[in-house]
Design a binder for this molecule. Structure first.
Ligand code: URA
Length: 265
């Protein structure tokens, strides 16, 4: 396969290493090199994998997907005024990448768990679109013991959240013990899990997302992240959206169907 080549200054600035102007002085410093020791200028056309920065291969090109274990206390925002940002957990230069890296939906500041980030706008749209109903599993600790009817209320598809016009789609509750549950939802409304429990008279004191589609955190510790490896078999999408009229496709079912077939491209 022919590798695409672009100008060196465009490549490095799009990956956030430096501005286009700065490339010339960095070339003089010797920090940017070519794997075959070719003489480089700012406008030399190069392939991504031919370049080394400080003797290291470059960061992945665009269309990267990052799976992060978000710790409590970090905010899913680009705005520096909002406290510690989940972007602070990534290399500093990644903030200057173009296209920009964004979170796939959000977890609130007090929620931990699986968070996806990508610079692939089409993928982002696909995964957050209500049409695609990607199942997400949350583990919640409750202030008060369950009453017993929460599972059927959540499954009914009739639960109205405060201030909303349409009821929540059916969600699946698994009871671990009277104050610990797993809840699988296929939407991404604002503070949805906390608001669902508020609607049945309870309060969530701790919340953790353990899966997103077919993806789980595996061994990732809080604050750690890894790149998803598309060719190496990381999977998180279902083959096709649920059939018309089919309201709920469980994560287990999706796991079985999962292949990386890039339906968003
Ligand atoms: N539901 C919530 O209440 N908070 C989250 O962060 C995600 C889902």
């Amino acid at each position: 396969m022919k590798r695409s080549k672009i100008r060196l200054d465009k490549l490095l600035s799009s990956l956030g290493y430096c501005s286009r102007k700065e490339v010339a002085s960095l070339l003089r410093s010797g920090i940017i090199t070519h794997t075959d020791n070719l003489y480089l200028k700012s406008d030399t056309k190069v392939a991504h994998d031919e370049i080394r920065f400080d003797n290291e291969p470059l960061d992945p090109p665009s269309k990267m997907v990052i799976l992060m274990h978000k710790p409590v206390g970090f905010v899913c925002s680009h705005d520096n005024g909002e406290g510690r940002l989940i972007y602070d957990l990534l290399p500093e230069r990644w903030r200057r990448r173009n296209p920009q890296i964004s979170t796939v939906g959000r977890l609130d500041k007090e929620t931990s768990g699986l968070l996806l980030l990508t610079d692939d706008g089409a993928l982002l749209h696909h995964l957050t679109s209500p049409k695609h109903k990607v199942p997400k599993i949350y583990e919640a600790t409750l202030d008060r013991p369950l009453k017993g009817d929460e599972g059927s209320i959540f499954a009914s598809g009739t639960l109205m959240l405060n201030g909303e016009k349409t009821p929540c789609l059916p969600a699946k509750l698994e009871v671990i013990d009277p104050t610990h549950v797993k809840l699988e939802i296929i939407e991404g409304r604002y503070h949805q899990v906390r608001r669902m429990f508020a609607a049945v008279g309870n309060h969530v004191s701790a919340l953790h997302r353990s899966s997103f589609g077919a993806l789980t955190l595996g061994d990732l510790k809080e604050g750690e992240y890894r790149m998803l490896d598309i060719d190496g078999g990381d999977v998180f999408e279902f083959v096709s959206p649920p059939d018309e009229g089919e309201q709920f496709v469980s994560t287990e079912c999706q796991r079985q169907l999962a292949i990386w077939n890039k339906p968003w491209e």
